[in-house]
Structure formats: C-alpha cells, structure tokens
Design a protein around this ligand. Structure first.
Ligand code: PLP
Length: 339
C-alpha cells in the first residue's frame, strides 16, 4: 500500500531499529538516561539554543511552551487555523488558563502581522495580558520566509511579547530555504520540533529555548504526565533521525513536485498548492460521479489517502519511492477514467 495521508505513517528503518536496540538507557525522571540527554543537547546545539526537552508529542511540546511563556489569565496570539490553536483540543485554555487570540492567516501561510499588532491588549484591568506570539513553519507544507519570520520577531519585540515557533516541520522549512535549522530558530525564543513526522522516528518532539524556559517546561512536562523512564530506547530513534534524515527531506520535496506534475497532467485534477512535502488537490465537479467515494476507490488501487469532499492532501515521506509516486499518479488517472 502507498500511504500518502501523512508523513507520520513512516515506520522506523532497519538502521534506526538497530540504534534503538543498542541504546544506553537510564531513568530519565532522574535525568539519568544518557541517550535522552544526548538527544536534548544535540537538538539544542542544532537549533542554537541553550537547552532542549524531550517530550512525548508535538501537542505536549506546544502546551509546555505556552504554559512556560504565559501564566494563568495571559493570552497568546496565534493564526486562526494554526495547529496550536485548533488541533490541540484547547489545551492552552483548559490546562493552562491561557486565552488564545486568533488572527487571520493569508494564502501564503503567514499570519497578518498588522492584525497581530492590533490584537495586543493595552495594560488595563479589563484585558487579558498579551504575552506571546506564535508562528507555524511549515504550515500546510508552505514555507514562511526568513523575512516573514524576522518581521514577526520585530512585532513581538516591539510589544514585549515572547515569540514561539510551532516547528513540527521546521526541518522541511530549513531544507527548502537552504539554511541551517539554527537560522530559522534564531528568530524565536522557543521552538517545538517533531521527530515523528518527516524525520521518521516512531515518537517524540523537543521543545528548545533558554535554560530558564526549559527548566519551567520540565516541571509542566511532569505535571502533564510526560515524565518517562528508560525512554532512551525511543530517543535513540530520534537521535538517529536528526543525524541521518534531515538532508534527505529534499527527496520528499522532489517527490511531492513529481506527484504534483503527474497529477496536473490529468484532466479534472486541480493542484491547489504544492510546497515542501505536501500537495493539496481537488477533483473538478464534472469528473467526479456524485456517488463515488475517491478515498475507497483509491484504496482499491493500493493508494491510501484522506479526503474531505472533493479535496485531498497528499504527503510524501521516507516510505515513498519514485515508483510509488508514478503508481499513485496512475491510480488517480484510472480513478477518473472509470468514473
Ligand atoms: C503534528 C503537529 C503538531 C502536533 O504533533 P503531535 O505529535 O501529533 O501531537 C503540532 N504542530 C504542527 C504544525 C503539527 O503538524
């Protein structure tokens, strides 16, 4: 099966599993897991920050960041379809007593910085205290430029806000921009990165920032149930991933471009966007039979995809070869030919 739903469906490679089998471990609640400690210092160095914290998921990482930057009754400014606003079950509000202030996101994935600046509340007992500005890069596969991140950092600094990057896929952004991950991270006080997406590890994220911020986040991680024991077994997969799977993301980007090119040639397929490892498409009304179920029809042709009506997101990753891309394009052509 060719699974194009997400880059989270990757399985650990043989070399990654070997690294896991050999990992030195200890009790990480005592800070004694050497593999976790090495992963944390490696990723902190890679992003040019003082410290990093290994956490169970991107959601836990963003929540630890929000709770470390903000206090009860504070507010964070965030894009209106950003992950850490709508896809994290309202954790900031529920568990952090932190109010989100959403602002519009443009076609290019960038938040409206004028709206963000306007949303900053003045000091007044009626208002929540605005403390933090959040960006997401990549967002829907789209890359925010260094200029956009710099401009956002300026708005944050002008209003004395902390600046957080939800960088679940910031590795893809750095590769697409042709810069070191630290250059992306340099515009932020904290960055959350995922190991379990394009990098192909089975689990885990890291929150990076100043030693002081990570110290606060450490306590929140414990409270959120994220204190783990001999977790070097999986941290080893993450360490392997950051050492071997960052540069290869360019292959995923090339495969997404190959997929978009192949699909574009099929009558009735419209490419909405193709950036980094994601292709968004829709099928034109006239080619799709009203009773048809493209998700199921593609599965019968060995392609797993996720549809919302006529729209579909396709994601490339390390489990996908050029041949798989060509097979997927043929499956789409066949799907439409048999409507
Ligand atoms: C996947 C994702 C997360 C959350 O990561 P989980 O590990 O699934 O909790 C956060 N932000 C963005 C942008 C993501 O894509």
């Amino acid at each position: 099966m060719i699974d194009l739903r997400s880059d989270t469906v990757t399985k650990p490679t043989a070399a990654m599993r070997a690294a896991m089998a050999e990992a030195a471990v200890g009790d990480d609640v005592y800070g004694e897991d050497p593999t976790v400690n090495l992963l944390q210092s490696t990723v902190a160095d890679l992003l040019g920050k003082e410290a990093a914290l290994y956490v169970t998921s991107g959601t836990q990482s963003n929540l630890c960041a929000l709770m470390s930057h903000c206090e009860r009754g504070d507010e964070y400014i965030v894009g209106n379809h950003a992950h850490c606003y709508i896809y994290e079950a309202g954790g900031a509000a529920v568990l952090g007593s932190i109010q989100p202030q959403p602002v519009p996101i443009g076609e290019d994935g960038m938040i409206d910085l004028d709206a963000a600046a306007d949303a900053v509340k003045r000091h007044d007992h009626h208002f929540a205290r605005t403390r933090l500005l959040c960006l997401e890069n990549t967002i829907d596969g789209k890359v925010l430029s260094l200029e956009q991140m710099r401009a956002s950092a300026e708005v944050a600094s002008r209003h004395a806000l902390a600046h957080h990057l939800d960088g679940a896929r910031m590795w893809n952004a750095a590769v697409a921009l042709g810069v070191a991950p630290a250059e992306v991270a340099s515009h932020f006080d904290s960055v959350s990165v995922c190991l379990s997406k394009g990098l192909g590890a089975p689990m885990g994220s890291l929150l990076v920032g100043s030693a002081d911020l990570i110290d606060k986040a450490h306590k929140w991680r414990k409270m959120l149930g994220g204190g783990l024991r001999q977790v070097g077994v999986v941290a080893a997969a993450g360490l392997y991933a950051v050492s071997h799977h960052i540069e290869r993301l360019a292959d995923d980007h090339n495969k997404a471009a190959r997929l978009a090119k192949g699909l574009k040639a099929i009558q009735g397929v419209t490419i909405e966007s193709c950036s980094t490892n994601m292709v968004f498409i829709h099928l034109d009304k006239q080619v799709l039979h009203p009773q048809s179920d493209p998700q199921n029809d593609l599965r019968e042709r060995n392609v797993i995809s996720e549809w919302h009506g006529p729209r579909c997101r396709l994601v490339t990753h390390l489990g996908i070869s050029d041949t798989d891309i060509d097979t997927a394009v043929s499956a789409f052509a066949d799907l439409i030919a048999t409507q």
